[in-house]
Design a protein around this ligand. Structure first.
Ligand SMILES: CC(C)(COP(=O)(O)OP(=O)(O)OC[C@H]1O[C@@H](n2cnc3c(N)ncnc32)[C@H](O)[C@@H]1OP(=O)(O)O)[C@@H](O)C(=O)NCCC(=O)NCCS
Length: 181
């Protein structure tokens, strides 16, 4: 059973546990998942993942747990939090591919953004997504992110150069997209 920190209808967010290192490492070594992330060209052992979890687990990184089954299905988190300027970067991976395209990503991001705006006092949250990830982009637009620019041909994957799309969201965009605060 996982701790329920931020609770939605499809999923809840829970502090990351080092004991889940084998699961996270398996997902991040799955190239069908990793192709959309910065980890695809790296080697990640379970031991290394355990060390990473020990460090990032102390920050605002959370496991995404299916509310119906209490199964861990991925993770999301805030990076580079700048409390002076109230900005951060957000990232998400649903490692269990069976959950893709069913609204879990949008709900997990909404839970984390609501927490970021209400409890961490953040104002602007950005993300980067590869242009060949239309599911990711559609998910982020649904939550209220807007494209703010593209870094052209900046990611080499599958023998081709692709743009990196930059998107951001401020609290007003978020609460306009998700209904009244
Ligand atoms: C990106 C990711 C977090 C999105 O979460 P998700 O739960 O799959 O997304 P959602 O179901 O909330 O939203 C996806 C939307 O894209 C749509 N979609 C799915 N495939 C699509 C495609 N090929 N083209 C366009 N839209 C697509 C879905 O229909 C859905 O929109 P809808 O709810 O209006 O029908 C998840 O798919 C994932 O982790 N993928 C692998 C790793 C990854 O890409 N991480 C992000 C790196 S920036």
């Amino acid at each position: 059973m996982y701790i329920k920190k931020l609770i939605g209808t499809k999923c809840y967010l829970s502090p990351m546990e080092q004991s889940d290192a084998p699961k996270y490492a398996a997902w991040l070594n799955d190239l069908e998942v990793a192709v959309f992330t910065q980890i695809a060209d790296k080697s990640l052992s379970v031991d290394k993942e355990r060390d990473i979890l020990a460090s990032i687990g102390k920050e605002h990184n959370y496991g995404i747990v299916d509310a119906a089954t209490d199964a861990l299905i991925g993770s999301c988190g805030l990076m580079d939090i700048d409390f002076l300027n109230r900005s951060a970067e957000i990232g998400i991976v649903l490692g269990d591919k069976a959950y893709w395209g069913k609204g879990y990503g949008a709900e997990a991001l909404s839970l984390l953004l609501d927490y970021a705006f209400r409890y961490l006092n953040l104002h602007n949250v950005m993300l980067r997504v590869y242009a060949y990830n239309p599911r990711g982009i559609a998910c982020y637009e649904k939550v209220g992110f807007r494209t703010i620019g593209r870094r052209r041909d900046a990611i080499m994957r599958n023998l081709a150069a692709h743009d990196i799309v930059y998107m951001d969201i401020v609290a007003d965009d978020f609460y306009a997209a998700s209904g009244p605060a």
